[in-house]
Design a protein around this ligand. Structure first.
Ligand SMILES: NC(=O)C1=CN([C@@H]2O[C@H](COP(=O)(O)OP(=O)(O)OC[C@H]3O[C@@H](n4cnc5c(N)ncnc54)[C@H](OP(=O)(O)O)[C@@H]3O)[C@@H](O)[C@H]2O)C=CC1
Ligand SMILES: O=C1O[C@H](COP(=O)(O)O)[C@@H](O)[C@H](O)[C@H]1O
Length: 478
């Protein structure tokens, strides 16, 4: 999240049109994030939110639902709830190119109110928290009814499920919107721990000087989850772990780790260019040598799963980044459901030292960035074991980001929504970047895709994945 700059500043007023306002994502993530942006004073002075979905609710019915979502999400309602409540409107029914329903009228009314309050035209931010099949019809509807002009549009993931479907979707969306109007969300890029990578690296010679193949043996980006998939089985049967997590989230995190220094961290174009350049350097995956897929035992017994399903619930891949900085350094990405624990961590495993202690140490030095929750930096170092003898102990030096003086961690969705409000796309994926990510992932969607290996629920996944991390091991566990 960048601070507003001259080029990126908060508008005086905004209308957020939330498509999919009655859905799970809207209730659990988007509405609480809008509350957070508002409560932190990061919203424009004058704002309204129009919820859209098929259900025929009136404004009061929608306001009650938002209250219930906020209560249920743990954030509670904002201190000025009665004012916020009156900023919420609802527009039920259909919306498409053929049938605009009530949205143009509702939006015109709200616009008029905001012009009267603030004296200027409001920004219109459409947020598409809807299934991907609705992206194109809604985009076409926005175009057909004149609701796209000057607007910004946030698209949820997945924005495409293959290189081909991505190209098809993007071409349809671009008939209506320019790239600068499109905000493709990947909430991993909004996490505090992921955003801190730049600063850790570029503000500290200690890290910046080590950030290359000269010092790094391998990079691990590890996102095990203990979650089940029973409540999302239809989505999971259609998607699987690799497509759900690797191509979208973990490739983008790898891009943040591997990019060359942007010329200006406050200039989104320069940050985006650096990330896109490194994504283009991702070598297409080799499914035979560099990928292990897994499926937890019992998955096929879940109601809704095919009895012979070959869907993956675990994926470990070895990615090669063909830049001079990272030549020969494997980027190991791992994720899965029903694994031993839930955490999210980047580990740079450093080469062993030269000199008298070469070959004498049990554990490599590590630079670790934990990006779950508020984020944490850990350094794996070796010291003399305190005592009379000369022996060595490995330990961790830890900095929790919420302990940083003046720090007040922001949630990923709130951070990204604020960026969309100020027009900063640095932490949003671009067409060029996603195209490169899908191209690198494509071999895993072809005939060489390996069959998933069974693994025990509560474990670290199939043992086969160990070979990818050799000569080291998966640092979180295996
Ligand atoms: N839930 C989550 O944790 C996450 C979800 N996402 C993404 O967010 C998006 C929404 O997911 P989620 O909220 O879980 O889904 P839900 O099924 O819970 O909600 C979908 C919402 O979209 C509306 N909707 C459904 N079909 C259409 C359509 N064809 N046209 C217009 N509106 C439609 C629904 O209302 P109605 O049908 O009544 O109009 C509902 O309000 C998806 O793209 C998903 O991949 C991403 C990350 C996490
Ligand atoms: O997008 C997704 O992300 C979640 C993990 O999100 P987080 O907020 O816990 O970091 C993942 O469980 C889900 O499968 C995926 O669709």
């Amino acid at each position: 999240m960048n601070a507003p700059t001259e080029r990126h500043s908060l508008p005086d007023s905004v209308v957020i049109v939330l498509f999919g306002a009655t859905g799970d994502l809207a209730g659990r993530m988007v509405l609480p994030a809008i509350h957070e942006v508002h409560s932190r004073g990061l919203m424009p002075a004058h704002w309204r939110l129009i919820g859209c979905a098929a259900d025929q609710l009136d404004d009061e019915g929608f306001r009650d639902r938002v209250a219930a979502s906020l209560d249920g999400s743990g954030t509670g309602r904002p201190a000025d709830w009665e004012t916020v409540r009156s900023s919420l409107r609802y527009c039920g029914g259909t919306f498409s190119a053929e049938d605009p329903g009530n949205l143009p009228r509702t939006l015109a009314e709200v616009r008029e109110e905001l012009v009267a309050e603030s004296g200027g035209e409001p920004l219109v931010l459409h947020f598409l928290a809807v299934p991907p099949v609705a992206f194109t019809p809604i985009a076409r509807g926005l175009g057909a009814h004149g609701l796209a002009d000057g607007a910004r549009v946030v698209f949820e993931k997945p924005y495409g499920t293959s290189l081909e479907s991505f190209e098809e979707l993007d071409a349809a969306v671009k008939e209506v919107l320019d790239e600068e109007q499109i905000f493709r969300i990947d909430h991993f890029l909004g996490k505090e721990g992921v955003q801190t990578i730049y600063v850790l690296r570029f503000a500290n010679q200690l890290f910046g000087s080590e950030w290359s193949r000269a010092s790094v043996d391998q990079v691990q980006i590890d996102v095990p989850e203990d979650l089940d998939v029973a409540n999302r089985i239809a989505f999971y049967e259609a998607t699987g772990a690799a497509l759900d997590m690797i191509v979208t989230h973990l490739f983008q995190v790898a891009g943040q780790v591997a990019m060359e220094p942007p010329t200006d961290l406050r200039d989104p174009a320069s940050v985006i260019a650096a990330r896109e350049a490194v994504l283009r350097a991702f070598r297409p995956l080799n499914p035979v040598e560099d990928v292990v897929l897994g499926q937890f035992e019992g998955y096929r017994d879940i109601e809704g799963a095919a009895p012979d399903s070959t869907q993956d619930t675990f994926a470990a891949v070895r990615l090669w980044v063909d830049t001079e900085r990272w030549r020969g350094v494997p980027f190991l990405l791992r994720t899965g459901k029903r694994m031993a624990r839930k955490t999210q961590r980047i580990t740079l495993v450093l080469k062993p030292p030269f000199g008298p202690l070469a070959d004498k140490l049990d554990a490599p030095n590590t630079i670790e960035i934990c990006f779950s929750g508020d984020g944490e930096i850990q350094l794996g170092i070796t010291v003399k074991t305190p005592g009379p003898d000369l022996s060595y102990s490995s330990g961790k030096a830890v900095l929790e980001l919420d302990d940083v003086p003046g720090g007040d961690p922001i949630s990923p969705y709130a951070s990204l929504i604020h960026d969309a409000l100020i027009g900063d796309r640095s932490l949003y994926t671009t067409a060029e970047g996603l195209r490169a990510a899908f191209a690198a992932f494509a071999p895993l969607q072809g005939p060489e895709r390996p069959d998933p290996v069974p693994y025990e629920p509560g474990s670290w996944g199939p043992e086969e994945a160990r070979r990818l991390a050799a000569p080291h091991r998966w640092m979180l566990g295996e």
